[in-house]
Design a protein around this ligand. Sequence first.
Ligand code: ADP
Ligand code: MG
Length: 245
Amino acid sequence: LKERIISMEKMAALGEMAAKVAHEIRNPLLAIGGFAKRLNKELKDGKSQEYIKIIIEEVKRLERILNEILSFVKPYPIAKESFEIKQLVDDVVNFVESTLKDNNNEFKLMINNNFTVLGNYDKLKEVLLNLISNANEATKDGLITLKIQKADKLPVEADADKEYFIIEVEDTGCGIEKANLKRIFDPFFTTKTTGTGLGLAISKRIVEEHGGIIKVESEVNKGTKFKVYLPIHKEQGGDNENSGS
Ligand code: ADP
Ligand code: MG
């Protein structure tokens, strides 16, 4: 136990350090990006404009990495409201549709039931965006399916007094090797050259902050399925499981 407390303190100190470093890097980065954009407007020479565009793109990439690091290390108050999961899914689908075209993937939506969630809309949106972009990055000319359904069989970690629904994100992509399966939720674990390895670590934390559970099943060269179990929010007195749609 003592060791665990020490390692938790170390993690907290490390997190604070990382947050400070990220903040220190952000300001000069914003300046570089801003001035590069101005230069881009001034320059007429094609070659120079090409170079400036690369600077702008790379600054954007660094900003994305910084945001992911900050979102991971910074504790944030998680404000919760009640909303319909279908609304969130529609929002996410609009968001990702254009990016899916890059790898020529087909996207299929299967919503059998709508459920009410008590949660943070933006944070849960981040989870779905992470899972879908991972699926898209792992898949070419394949199929990505997003499915919402009632959870009949629950994982052992589930609270027996609650009812859950599942958001499933399944792809027909490269799959995850057995040796990597237990590491994918670790912060900074990535198999990608430009990855941060924070997407799943952040997603797992958000799901757990909602009283949920995240599970993965995968087979190399066949595909991967992530299942997010979330408690169904029961408004007092009301039956909130709307069928249809
Ligand atoms: P990143 O995407 O930056 O690498 P993530 O935390 O989102 O970080 O994912 C960690 C790793 O998990 C990825 O590098 C990849 O190896 C693996 N992974 C996640 N989702 C999938 C998927 N749908 N198919 C195959 N591998 C995946
Ligand atoms: Mg990712």
